[in-house]
Design a protein around this ligand. Structure first.
Ligand code: MG
Length: 289
């Protein structure tokens, strides 16, 4: 049975969009995810707490999460300072973002794409010297709320430059949920290979896109427990693909994830309690078959 690597982004991408919750609750959520069999987690972001109050205390989170060789913790870093803090905190992977949409990049990180590329190269140099891989997440890879359609050749070209600059992996993000299976296929064919996808469900296409990507050989997905999360900088960007909805599908289609769906639903129920409102995941609502 083929294995699919699920990178759970709820503790970072998910909780970032919510009112701040305590470090205790963030660690408790990560522990519940580990108990469900999740092994790859974007745990936090080393960003200014003034800019993103919900991600304050990232080093405290990293100091308290359970450690084992099979657990992989990623942290999002916006700049070199954040990368140094994350490496000091002992993360296993850095994630950086750059947008295929020039306007989105300018609004999201206040830099041109060229400026972002230069900064990511510096982050890669520091990370590589400590053997920590950098995963570059290319946002708006299937369309932008500002420019509309984005040429897949431009997206693939940006990915090539990121790899040339030292990124170990590329994750293509459908930041505002614009992708459909033909667009997934076009990007896979244009890029040659797609290592990872970060799908959003704004238009109800996240799962069908994941299924299409599986047929095309993609074996790594970012998902968020409960479907938590969005981007504060792109209107209508709510709705990461829910981890439990993808695991439900993968279990039946015949891919192994190592994740126990019932335990995962317990983590999903826990996160609803932590954020104080129901999650958007339909599987959490309907339950398992
Ligand atoms: Mg997301």
């Amino acid at each position: 049975m083929d294995a699919v690597d699920i990178r759970e982004v709820g503790p970072r991408d998910g909780l970032q969009a919510e009112a701040p919750v305590s470090v205790d609750d963030r660690v408790r959520l990560i522990e519940a995810l580990l108990e469900a069999g999740v092994r790859h987690i974007e745990a936090c972001s080393f960003v200014s707490p003034k800019a993103v109050p919900s991600m304050a205390g990232a080093a405290d989170v990293m100091a308290r999460v359970p450690r084992a060789p099979q657990y992989r913790y990623a942290a999002l870093v916006p700049n070199l300072k954040g990368a140094e803090l994350a490496l000091d905190a002992g993360v296993d992977e850095l994630t950086v973002t750059i947008s295929a949409s020039p306007t989105y990049n300018q609004r999201n990180v206040k830099m041109s794409i060229e400026e972002s590329l230069a900064q990511i190269e510096k982050i890669c140099a520091v990370a590589t010297s400590t053997d920590v891989p950098v995963d570059a997440i290319v946002s708006c890879a299937f369309g932008s709320p500002y420019e509309g359609a984005i040429d897949p050749a431009d997206v693939a070209g940006l990915a090539r430059r990121l790899v040339g600059g030292g990124a170990a992996r590329i994750t293509y993000a459908d930041t505002t949920g614009m992708a459909t299976p033909p667009l997934i296929e076009t990007l896979v064919n244009t890029a040659g290979t797609v290592d990872g996808l970060h799908l959003h469900d704004n238009r109800g296409t996240a799962l069908v896109n994941a299924y299409a990507a599986l047929q095309l050989g993609v074996r790594r997905f970012d998902t968020s427990v409960g479907g938590l999360g969005g981007s504060p900088f792109a209107e209508g960007a709510a709705g990461n693909l829910a981890t439990e909805e993808l695991v439900y599908l993968l279990d039946d289609v015949g891919y192994s994830t190592g994740i126990d769906l019932c335990r995962l639903l317990e983590a999903s129920a826990m996160v609803a309690g932590i954020i104080g409102h129901p999650v958007v995941s339909r599987l959490a609502e309907a339950g398992v078959r």
